[in-house]
Write a protein that binds this ligand. Sequence first.
Ligand code: CO
Length: 303
Amino acid sequence: MNTSVASTPVDQPRHVERLITGQPTSDGAGVKLVRVLTQDLQQRLDPFLMLDNFASDDPKDYGAGFPDHPHRGFETVTYMIAGRMRHKDSAGHEGLLQNGGVQWMTAGRGLVHSEMPEQEAGVMEGFQLWLNLPGRDKLCTPWYRDIQSEEIPEIATPEGVTVRIISGESQGGDGAVKGAMQRPASDYPTDPLYLDLHLPGGGATFSQRLPATHNAFIYVYRGTVEVVNAQGAGSAVPLHRMAILDNEGDGVMLRAAGTAPARALLIAGKPLREPIAQYGPFVMNTRQELMQAVEDFQAGRFV
Ligand code: CO
């Protein structure tokens, strides 16, 4: 799908509140990655709990993968830019996540899964976002869906921007998740927007309306992106930086800096405003619920 739809005008674009440099770390069995959204930003970027960026052409950095590990209380959204990763979980789901595809997994009351590379060479690049669930849905039935690259709606604006709509709505089109998803949890009170934007060089602007209530950020993974103000001036967000956007105005305007093309994720959601209690892969509302999660996991009560 590739339709041409004019950008929705924005009168009062948001500004950059803060630029964030991710923390290099490793997770799973030693996969090197950059943790862009860290625990100290969970309140500010509620309902998002974490964003990891993995990108390497050295199999030593990713080959060990993410063997069996549990999750409870939230959702993981994995977006592969390049590479192949096989997912298996204790609820009996299995799927291959590859170039341009997304896996949306609702951990709910708990499951154990593995995410293992299916390549011994080449580039492995992608993102994992953690999206919180409201307290009433934290113990819902685990669920997951693999979304192949060709199932992700892709829109070309007249300005030449390509918009891949993973979740939410943009330029009049629904995302892969908003349109087709049937998960056990009641609904999406967090109204998540997840866009992958490919911005050509030369000043083409992309506009996205955003409710002021929604917390929003961009993460640049190619080139340099500018957050454009109402006067047309740009504030640069360099490669591999996250820009937290302020909650003023009615949307955001972005463009690639200069003549080189750029790519960025634009992610936004309505905050849950609930207490966040995290212990590793468990995210609940209270310490008591975390202790219960550990006890249930140790007793083998995750699916
Ligand atoms: Co996991």
